[in-house]
Design a protein around this ligand. Structure first.
Ligand code: PNW
Length: 442
């Protein structure tokens, strides 16, 4: 089946933005020309990355960026979502790394020339190691350091950016990085996750004030990842477990951003698991959002569990991607419709959606029909939500090209473009060709 926009969809409207997404650490390489980050350190911790790889070269995008932009342009997309590496634009002493800054300015100029809107993410997990050495996101000061960095960047990028996202997926940074330790900086302890999350959200709020001042013309917001929570059975205990997980993973982030308060479960947290909330913090966090970025990959199913209150249930193996994530497009419609019901949402962008599939080239061709099917069903799911009144303005495929998939290294390929890491050659997969055709036929 061909990749198509659903019939009578508002996605056929030219106003609706289709794009592709990447992030700095995952593609840039040339790690020696920027500050070292927590991911560099984590990659050099034995056992942290499944294939023992790192981001030193990645897609060597810093060398190939002009070709990569032509590639993006050739797909016919209207927007490119990428992230800025904090440690590439600022040196340890706070001075500007002029070469690093120039790279992003050149990239923005090239996108502008080609009429591709720039969706800039200011933090996609690559915290400078120097800041981690002072406590990283467990230290409130990191939020103010982020505010400074955003000030420098948003002044330098003046007028060139269509949209800024402060943070990508603070849940991943806080929970995976500081509570269970499977992402950088690899810290674990129940007492850390919510503390880190609060400082991340504070950093977001402080950055929003800066963006409002330096770049009021751009769409300024944040990108969250959501995984709708389902109960493993109709037993009340499982239903309660799923509800609780939903409060911890999803509402913990969106509720303070929209309503200026954490979910009620905060009262049940043991005192040492509580975040350190200072007077005024919640107002800063609840800054008005021009948009909400929603990243969706899969749903999560929970059952009750004595020791832990809830436990994640592994999905049936026949319906999963290479990540082991269940393919469940209905979850995306339900997520959007439920969020729209619960909250007064700003306009929404699907800032990431995609799948890791097994796509080794056969005679030079990568016929990734499973990925095409994934995009088809998920675009239909977005359309269903739009027809029920959710204000979705755009959709970004994750990812433009295969790249460094964090703890999974290079083994998992999310790209619609194949990367041969030996030669750095890029080859359009069938999904990229179909994405292009879909946009051509719009
Ligand atoms: C996102 N989870 O990460 C990131 O924004 C991307 O950089 C990444 O490449 C992509 O999704 C694919 O993994 C996630 O455990 C990592 O639920 C983990 C989870 C969700 C999102």
């Amino acid at each position: 089946k061909q990749l198509t926009i659903p019939d009578n969809s508002m996605m056929n409207d030219w106003q609706f933005i289709f794009g592709v997404a990447t992030s700095a650490f995952q593609i840039e390489g040339q790690s020696s020309t920027r500050q070292s980050t927590i991911w560099d350190t984590f990659c050099h911790t034995s056992g942290a990355i499944v294939d023992g790889s790192n981001g030193d070269v990645a897609c060597d995008h810093l060398t190939h960026w002009r070709d990569d932009v032509s590639l993006i342009d050739s797909l016919g997309v209207g927007a490119y979502r990428f992230s800025v590496s904090w440690g590439r634009v600022l040196n340890h002493d706070g001075s500007v790394n002029t070469k690093g800054m120039q790279f992003y300015l050149d990239l923005l100029t090239e996108l502008e020339k080609r009429n591709i809107k720039a969706f800039v993410t200011l933090y996609h997990w690559d915290l400078p190691q120097a800041l981690e050495n002072n406590g990283g996101w467990l230290n409130r000061e990191t939020a103010f350091a982020f505010e400074q960095y955003v000030d420098v960047v948003s002044k330098a990028f003046k007028g060139k950016v269509y949209s800024y996202a402060t943070l990508n997926e603070p849940w991943c940074s806080a929970y995976l990085g500081y509570e269970i330790g499977i992402h950088a900086p690899g810290i674990s302890g129940k007492q850390y996750g919510k503390k880190a999350a609060h400082h991340l959200l504070l950093a977001h709020g402080l950055a929003m004030q800066v963006l409002q001042k330096n770049s009021p013309e751009s769409q300024n917001g944040i990108v969250l990842n959501f995984s709708p929570c389902f109960a493993a059975s109709t037993n009340q205990a499982d239903i309660d477990a799923a509800k609780l997980a939903d409060q911890h993973f999803n509402h913990w982030y969106i509720k303070p951003l929209i309503e200026g308060k954490y979910p009620d479960i905060i009262d049940a947290l043991s005192p040492d698991h509580q975040p350190d909330i200072k007077v005024g913090d919640m107002d800063i966090i609840a800054a008005n959002l021009d948009f909400l970025g929603v990243n969706y990959y899969s749903r999560s199913v929970y059952r009750s569990c004595e020791q832990d209150e809830f436990k994640l249930v592994a999905p049936a193996t026949f319906s999963v991607t290479q990540m082991g994530w269940e393919i469940y497009p209905q979850g995306l419609s339900k997520l959007l419709i439920d969020l729209n019901k619960h909250y007064t949402l700003p306009p929404v962008y699907i800032t990431e959606n995609g799948a890791a599939m097994n796509d080794e080239p056969i005679q030079g061709k990568i016929i990734d029909l499973d990925r095409v099917a994934y995009f088809n069903t998920h675009l239909a799911a977005v359309d269903t939500a739009m027809k029920q009144g959710v204000d979705v303005r755009g959709y970004f495929a994750w990812s433009l090209m295969d790249n460094f998939e964090w703890a999974e290294g290079y083994e998992k390929r999310f790209g619609i473009v194949y990367v041969d890491y030996q030669t750095q050659q890029r080859t359009l997969k069938e999904s990229a060709k179909q994405y292009r055709n879909m946009l051509l036929n719009r």
